[in-house]
Design a protein around this ligand. Structure first.
Ligand SMILES: [Cu+2]
Length: 249
């Protein structure tokens, strides 16, 4: 009964604040992994997702909340995934169709519960996936977020097969670009324990600092999609480091 009440509450809140959203749940190899419900007390919740309070975006590029949302405190659980395996994130009712999806990871430590005491702030983060403007124009084109919505509000990501086993944060980040000169950042983090026989880890140019990686003067972030010359451009450079696809070449 309580879960039904929670569902009604969260659905109601989702309608109330339908301008925004975030990840509610994950799945790994077909198994549901609980997310943290914002707008509901942390007490009694047990999720693989770090805590977040509201669907609204983070807009301060220097905020510690840019790392794993607000408040971003530790999850209670972790999920095990094979290197090379797929994780799906669910964004029920996600409303914005202009923007990018970037998925990051950070190494917490060697044992399964290493992320519980890992802050995440600092130069730990590497991209494992990014999708921006795939075709068409900045104003009307086929952005990653259109795929997210079309795929039943689901985003699928493969963990690099060569990734060293251990505990990691996975951080999904949507950057929505529909508000002129005010990019909206929607980060959520979850705790993973990666199993496998790989030994690779990101280093050097593939690592970035959070907060700090985003620059408010970047022309890919400081823009209005509604006016020329930006509106009809067919290229949009995804900011930040290159994607780490399993080696540091
Ligand atoms: Cu919004």
């Amino acid at each position: 009964m309580r879960s039904f009440t929670l569902w009604v509450l969260v659905t109601f809140l989702a309608i109330q604040v339908s301008a925004h959203g975030g990840i509610w749940n994950y799945s790994i190899a077909g198994n549901w992994q609980p997310g943290f419900f914002p707008y509901y007390p942390a007490e009694g919740q047990s999720s693989i997702q770090r805590h977040w309070a509201a669907f609204r975006p983070i807009k301060d590029l220097n905020s510690p909340y840019l790392v794993c949302n607000n408040p971003g405190t530790s999850a209670e659980k972790y999920a095990t995934i094979r290197a090379g395996g797929e994780i799906k994130a669910y964004y029920p009712g996600w409303p914005h169709d202009i923007g990018v999806v970037i998925v990051w990871m950070a190494f917490c430590g060697p044992v399964p519960d290493s992320c519980f005491s890992f802050n995440g702030t600092g130069n730990h983060w590497f991209k494992i996936q990014q999708v921006g403007l795939q075709s068409g124009t900045i104003r009307d084109g086929h952005w990653a977020l259109k795929d997210l919505i079309a795929n039943n509000y689901t985003w699928s990501t493969t963990i690099p097969a060569s990734l060293h086993h251990g505990a990691y944060l996975i951080r999904h980040e949507i950057i929505a670009l529909h508000v002129p000169y005010e990019p909206e950042f929607y980060p959520e983090c979850a705790h993973l324990f990666v199993e496998g026989s790989g030994w690779a880890g990101a280093s050097g140019k593939y690592l970035a600092e959070l907060p700090g990686v985003w620059n408010g003067d970047d022309p890919s972030l400081n823009l209005t999609i509604y006016q020329e010359p930006t509106a009809s451009k067919t290229e949009w450079a995804i900011p930040g480091p290159p994607v780490w696809s399993g080696n540091n070449a």
